[in-house]
Design a protein around this ligand. Structure first.
Ligand code: NAI
Ligand code: MG
Length: 355
């Protein structure tokens, strides 16, 4: 197969982890006889520095024309003046919106070899396998904002169509998995949540009677995620709740550096990125964990290119590397950690051995 993959390294550790992930994709392509082309483009802080725009039109165009987009992370202290008019995050929000990516899939599957890196007791974590579906292009992050000397406001709004499409994706995933969907809202307080709940119940009743649906309030969910994570299958929620709950869920897996994501819409292009940020505290040191970005490549192969065997191969290779204690500093505890590059190399060796 021939595929054109747009690579947006971004800021901080973004370039370090995407470089390693691209070499993993190249090794998979070599083994399976595929031709992947990688075009590199600016986004975020680096794009502000070079073009005065966090999402230059040429970057958006390249992403729209590609088969899939692989992104590192954006942002950092250099661009974080709260009064700045142009911010790196605007580039990412505009890209998600520009590609119509409304469903952000974040799988959370703690790896046996990394259980000790989690602050949660290992016996609660064995067998945890959750897919969080976060709405990505609506809600309070995109609502009108106001600010004067004495007050500020952010508007949260959702349309029925915005809720329907993301909830349908979540129901479909639940049907393919264990048939259980939890929808998270704050329907006791928020009008948008009451609409969310009504729409979700209707779609469940009319289209997915075979999927068990439950509604849970977001504050209770924050607790259940830590006290009984094994009970959950697919979780669907609005933009901001999903942002917060997935950082919390990352602690089940032991490190932010292990969690991949896929952002999908109705168009052909998907966006794949680790859920972590640009980690300015460790940027440039060559010690960032590349597994979240490598696992995002597995999602890219599966969801955008339909290369299921190759996707499984990457996931098995990461499993193998972790089982062989190929740990970066965030996972290593007292043991000697591997560099970003060396961890990537460990995955490539597993690919050569297993696929
Ligand atoms: P962060 O995710 O960058 O870092 C949080 C902590 O986790 C840090 O201690 C960091 O060193 C560690 N960490 C993150 N990824 C790691 C990895 N792969 N390996 C090892 N350790 C890792 O979040 P933070 O510090 O809140 O934000 C830093 C910058 O990133 C900010 O400018 C923020 O706006 C931006 N950001 C960007 C995101 C994106 O591009 N999607 C998402 C979240 C934050
Ligand atoms: Mg976040």
């Amino acid at each position: 197969m021939q595929a054109d993959i747009a690579v947006l390294p971004g800021d901080g550790i973004g370039p370090e982890v995407t470089a390693v992930a691209v070499s993993v994709l190249k090794s998979v392509a070599r083994r399976h006889g595929h031709q992947f082309e990688f075009g590199q483009h600016d986004i975020g802080g680096v794009a502000i520095d070079r073009h005065g725009d966090p999402l230059p039109p040429a970057t958006l165009r390249a992403c729209q024309q590609a088969d899939a987009v692989l992104l590192g992370a954006v942002g950092g202290p250099k661009w974080s003046d709260p009064n700045a008019r142009i911010r790196p995050e605007q580039g990412l929000l505009a890209l998600r919106r520009g590609l119509g990516l409304y469903a952000n899939l974040r799988p959370v599957r703690p790896h046996a070899a990394a259980l000790n890196a989690s602050p949660i007791k290992p016996h609660l974590l064995t067998g945890v396998d959750i897919m969080v579906v976060r709405e990505l292009t609506g809600g309070i992050y995109f609502g009108d904002k106001t600010r004067d000397a004495d007050s500020a406001s952010d508007l949260c709004s959702y349309s029925v169509v915005e809720i329907e499409r993301v909830v349908r994706s979540a129901f479909q995933l639940a049907r393919q998995r264990r048939g259980y969907l939890v929808s998270v809202d704050k329907a006791n307080v928020l009008e948008t949540s009451r609409l969310w709940r009504d729409v979700t119940s209707r779609i469940g009743r009319d289209e997915f009677a075979d999927v068990r649906l439950e509604h849970v309030l977001v504050d209770a969910m924050a607790m259940h995620l830590l006290s009984k994570p094994r009970e959950f299958d697919v979780i669907v929620t609005e933009n901001m709740f999903g942002d917060i709950l997935t950082d919390e869920a990352s602690m089940l897996a032991g490190s932010l550096g292990l969690l991949p994501s896929a952002s999908l819409g109705d168009g052909k292009v998907g966006l794949y990125e680790p859920i972590h940020g640009s980690a300015p505290d460790i940027a440039g040191k060559g010690i960032a964990n590349p597994y979240a970005t490598i696992l995002s490549c597995a999602m890219l192969l599966r969801h955008s290119l339909g290369l299921y065997e190759e996707a499984d191969c990457i996931e098995r290779a990461v499993d193998g590397a972790l089982n062989a204690q190929a740990f970066t500093a965030d996972l290593a505890g007292g043991a000697r950690p591997l560099s970003t590059q060396a961890a990537g190399q460990a995955v490539i060796e597993q690919i050569q051995a297993r696929c």
